[in-house]
Write a protein that binds this ligand. Structure first.
Ligand code: PGA
Ligand code: ZN
Length: 428
């Protein structure tokens, strides 16, 4: 049973406070910590921050920590850690609000994940196996990783409007090979950027992607294409984009120079211009996936691009991992893939539910990190246990990103002959 729950404030990969929790059972102590991102919307679970500008610029999480130590702890002591749904519902009931604003989704999620780890240990099974059991799905699967190789938008300080260019080693036969292909391509890309722009353009953004001062989408994509070619993976690696277009949509127009103060406002594109651009880019480059191609409230253009069927259309800011937004997107065919950010949901139980919802609609599922990460590798086990098919955890570089990818290596090793890599079936 759960004997003690103790939380503390730690710092995430951006140096911003977040919640860590130690949950004790008769067996051992189980630790987890929660991520945090740049994009927050009104439909996602509430991240409770102290708001005292004099302390960590208002970003402290002392209140969320106190809620765990005082309230959640008392409610959970004595509970069986294998009963994930009961634990999560005890916290949901204690919170009483729709978006977990009373206790904080950062407090609730930290405990929910720690309890999940404790539940796995209680059953003496690996974490991914416990998650697979909880979801009622028996076949774990190693996901295709989407490695961020170029960062822009609000994740870097360069002039690129688009937030991420990622590479997907779909043609690998195992996860281990996928990681090697990603790493080799990443290092070739560093060489390509150094040759074209000099070493000072090889600094990286928040997710570990390079942030060269390119002047267009195409210039950035050419660098990536060149790197894939030099690495020898032309047939095996595909490209994905996270445009995060909400960040540069002003009125109904898209400001492709929003990152550059002196040029901002000079290169406005309409939604139709953007649509045409995507259509061309999908022909010119091996792009198989586009995330948030339009503003998060522009349901019409999301529907239009999905109906073109030129690539996978991922809803991140569009959906905010919110069950009602997902329902609407399924009904209206506004996209066909869920970007799953666990901290926008708030409990493991509800995460399993939204993944089911997406899968029942035959959508793809991308298990996602946040720009502010910790060394917790929970999403790696989650992606395998739920057979999500895809994971996006940043570059094959920087500790907090690699913690997820390295955990997938360990899982693949443990599964041995039983290991299945999603590969060409990455969308199912
Ligand atoms: P965020 O970005 O974690 O900063 O919100 C991730 C994404 O847009 O996919
Ligand atoms: Zn995104």
């Amino acid at each position: 049973v759960i004997t003690k729950v103790k939380a503390r404030q730690i710092l995430d990969s951006r140096g911003i406070p977040t919640v860590e929790v130690d949950l004790y059972t008769n067996k051992a102590m189980f630790r987890s910590s929660v991520p945090s991102g740049n994009s927050t919307g009104m439909y996602e679970a509430v991240e409770l921050r102290d708001g005292d500008k004099g302390v960590y610029l208002g970003n402290g999480v002392a209140k969320a920590v106190k809620n765990i130590n005082d309230k959640i702890s008392e409610a959970l002591i004595g509970m069986d850690p294998t009963l994930q749904s009961q634990i999560d519902h005890a916290m949901i009931d204690l919170d009483k609000t729709e978006k977990k604003g009373e206790l904080g989704a950062n407090a609730i999620l930290a405990v929910s994940i720690a309890a999940c780890k404790a539940g796995a240990a209680e059953k003496e099974v690996p974490l991914y196996k416990h998650i697979a059991d909880l979801s009622g799905k028996a076949n774990p699967m190693l996901p295709v990783p989407a490695f961020t190789v170029i960062s822009g938008g609000r994740h870097a300080g360069n002039n690129l409007a688009i937030e991420e260019i990622m590479i997907l080693p779909i043609g690998a036969s195992r996860f281990e090979e996928a990681l090697r292909m990603g790493s080799e391509t990443y290092h070739h890309l560093k060489a390509v950027i150094t040759e074209k722009f000099g070493p000072h353009n090889c600094n990286v953004g928040e997710d570990g992607g390079f942030a060269p001062n390119v002047s267009s989408f195409r210039e950035a994509l050419d660098l990536v294409k060149e790197a894939i070619g030099r690495a020898g993976y032309d047939e095996k690696i595909k490209i994905a984009l996270d445009v995060a277009a909400t960040n540069f949509c002003i009125g109904k127009r898209y400001d492709l120079d929003f990152q550059s103060p002196q040029k901002s406002g000079q290169d406005f594109k309409s939604a139709e211009d953007m649509m045409e651009l995507y259509r061309q880019l999908c022909v010119e480059y091996p792009i198989v996936s586009i995330e948030d191609p339009f503003d998060k409230e522009d349901w019409e253009h999301f529907k239009d691009i999905s109906s073109l069927a030129i690539c996978q259309v991922v809803g991140d800011d569009l959906l905010m991992s919110n069950a009602k937004r997902i329902e609407r997107a399924i009904t209206e065919s506004a996209c066909n893939t869920l970007l799953l950010k666990v901290n926008q949901v708030g409990t493991v139980t509800e995460v399993i539910e939204v993944v089911k919802q997406a899968k029942e609609a035959h959508w793809g599922v991308v298990t996602s990190h946040r720009s502010g990460e910790t060394v917790d590798s929970f999403i790696a086990d989650l992606s395998v246990g739920l057979a999500a098919g895809q994971i996006k955890a940043g570059a094959p570089c920087r500790g907090e990103r690699l913690e997820k990818y390295n955990q997938l290596l360990r899982i693949e090793e443990e599964l041995g002959d039983q290991a299945v890599y999603a590969g060409e079936d990455w969308r199912q």
